[in-house]
Design a protein around this ligand. Structure first.
Ligand SMILES: [Zn+2]
Ligand SMILES: [Zn+2]
Length: 214
C-alpha cells in the first residue's frame, strides 16, 4: 500500500493519496487549497487516481475537489449527511477570502457506514463518525485509519463549526468506531502528526476521561 500525505493551505490540512502497488490505482482524500502540490505529487507517484473521497466538507478539505475532478476526470464520493455542509461552501469562502473563488463540486456517489470503496485490490471501509460534522467519516484501509477531523494526535475535532453536533456524539463515535480497533492501527488525521489507536486510547484526554465532556 502506498500512503502519501500532502499538508497545505492556511489551516495546514492533510490531503492523502492512498495507492495500491499491485494495480497502480489510487484515491485522493480531502484535496484542499494546496492543489498545485497535490497534482505534482500525483504525477510524481505515477498512480492513476480513480476516485476523490472526502472525510467531510469543511472548506480546507474540499476547496480543491472541483479542480481535482476536472483535472483527473474522476467521481466525488461523500456521505450524504455532509451535503448541507457542502451547500454552504460559498458562505465559508466569503468568510475566508484567502481561499479565492471556491466552486461547489457535485457529489457523484454517496457513501454510507460499512461501504467498501475499491482502491485497486485494496478496500477502504467507511466508518460514519458524526460529531465534527453530520456526515464525517473515517476510512479504514488494512491497519490504517484516515480520521479526518474526528480524531487528532492528543485531541479531537471541534464541534462548533458548520455541521458540528456535540462533543458527546463526537467522542461516542470515536469510542464505538475507532477505539474498537487494535492498538497497533495507524491513525492519519486531517491536521497535524500521525498517531496510533493505542497511543490515543492511553493518552488522549477526550478518550481516557481526563477531560470533562459536556
Ligand atoms: Zn473540519
Ligand atoms: Zn480540517
Amino acid at each position: 500500500m502506498i500512503l502519501k500525505c500532502i499538508p497545505g493551505g492556511i489551516f495546514l490540512t492533510n490531503c492523502y493519496i492512498i495507492g495500491d502497488e499491485e494495480t497502480n490505482e489510487g484515491i485522493l482524500i480531502d484535496p484542499g487549497e494546496q492543489m498545485d502540490e497535490i497534482l505534482a505529487e500525483i504525477k510524481n507517484s505515477g498512480l492513476k487516481i480513480t476516485k476523490i473521497v472526502n472525510t467531510h466538507t469543511h472548506i480546507d478539505h474540499v476547496a480543491g475537489v472541483q479542480q481535482a475532478k476536472e483535472e483527473l476526470g474522476v467521481k466525488f464520493y461523500l456521505h450524504p449527511e455532509d451535503e448541507p455542509v457542502l451547500q454552504v461552501l460559498p458562505e465559508a469562502a466569503a468568510r475566508f477570502p484567502q481561499f479565492g473563488n471556491v466552486r461547489v463540486p457535485e457529489i457523484d456517489v454517496y457513501i454510507e457506514e460499512g461501504d467498501e470503496i475499491e482502491i485497486g485490490s485494496l478496500k477502504a471501509k467507511v466508518l460514519h463518525t458524526p460529531g465534527h460534522s453530520w456526515g464525517s467519516v473515517c476510512l479504514l484501509i488494512d491497519d490504517h485509519v484516515i480520521s479526518g477531523d474526528t480524531l487528532f494526535a492528543g485531541s479531537v475535532g471541534r464541534v462548533d463549526l458548520t455541521g458540528g453536533t456535540s462533543m458527546r456524539e463526537l467522542v461516542g463515535s470515536i469510542k464505538s468506531k475507532l477505539m474498537t480497533l487494535p492498538d497497533s492501527y495507524n491513525v492519519y488525521p486531517g491536521h497535524g502528526p500521525f498517531t496510533t489507536i493505542g497511543i490515543e486510547r492511553r493518552s488522549n484526554p477526550f478518550i481516557t476521561g481526563d477531560m470533562d465532556i459536556l
